[in-house]
Design a binder for this molecule. Structure first.
Ligand SMILES: N[C@@H](CCC[C@H](N)C(=O)O)C(=O)O
Length: 263
């Protein structure tokens, strides 16, 4: 089996062209950073009846996700760099609907991708009790569920305690991705994430959109403005438009090609 390991700001997945029958099991095995290749999960790419391509996302624990912001940029790079398309505007089918990509290239390689991430649905903040204390979170849907908590200092963010616990908090029936956000100024935020199904990752595209949407709701950032989101793995530019649509721009990179023998 042939996989291509790619990343968007260190959020790394193994990309496979075609359908995988045992994707959930393979994702758990291959994502293991000691006994596998090491990744935050597997993403499959295949032809679509309603769009240019279809993507499916499997977290490192084998659960299937509805959407992946860093992953969808890499899908754009994958299909263009490998010659599955020569178009620079693409529609990708995901479990949360269709998303439009605009590819930027240098030579014949994609370097950066802008994605229309669809509308972010921001809910009223809620105060949740955890073993580690109470936390105010803003629930946001970006095709997948997020809980955004604003903190004073991102370096002290309780990632593997409160973040981990929030993933399975009873308030979120299907689990949640937990983001801790420090607002630096009206154009810049810092964000760290505990991802549902994968744990701490270097970056999360949907999480970055959710964080900006929550910051706009709290009047900490402005809509229709490019906001820089600083993540452990680098920076993303996010703009939340007046109708709630998030536009995300960021890099996509290929790490290596991998041959896996099924045992
Ligand atoms: N890393 C992703 C999100 C991947 C899915 C997520 N863990 C979920 O279960 O919803 C991103 O860049 O958006």
């Amino acid at each position: 089996m042939h996989f291509t390991k790619m990343h968007g700001l260190g959020n790394d997945y193994l990309y496979y062209y075609g359908e995988l029958k045992n994707a959930a099991v393979l994702s758990q095995k291959l994502s293991d950073r000691h006994f596998g290749i090491g990744s935050d999960g597997i993403i499959t790419i295949s032809p679509s009846r309603t769009a240019d391509f279809k993507m499916r996302i499997f977290n490192a624990d084998g659960s299937e996700a509805m959407m992946c912001g860093n992953g969808i940029r890499c899908v754009g790079k994958y299909v263009f760099d490998k010659g599955y398309t020569d178009r620079k505007k693409l529609i990708i089918e995901t479990l949360s609907g269709h998303r439009e990509l605009t590819l930027r290239t240098i030579g014949n390689k994609v370097t950066e991708v802008t994605v229309d991430m669809g509308k972010c649905i921001v809910y009223k903040p809620v105060l949740l009790a955890t073993t580690y204390g109470k936390v105010m979170v803003t629930p946001v849907m970006v095709g997948n569920p997020h809980a955004v908590a604003f903190v004073e200092n991102i370096t002290d963010a309780p990632m593997d305690t409160m973040g981990k616990e929030l993933e399975h908090h009873p308030y979120f029936k299907n689990g949640v991705n937990a983001e801790f956000v420090q607002v630096i100024d009206r154009n810049t935020i810092k964000m760290r994430v505990w991802e549902r199904g994968s744990g701490i990752t270097m970056a999360c595209g949907t999480g970055a959109c959710a964080s900006v949407a929550a910051a706009v709701r709290a009047n900490l950032c402005d809509k229709d403005q490019e906001i820089t989101v600083c993540l452990d793995g680098g920076r993303l530019n996010i703009k939340v438009l007046s109708d709630g649509t998030a536009m995300m721009t960021g890099p996509a990179e290929t790490i290596c090609e991998c041959e896996v023998e099924e045992k």
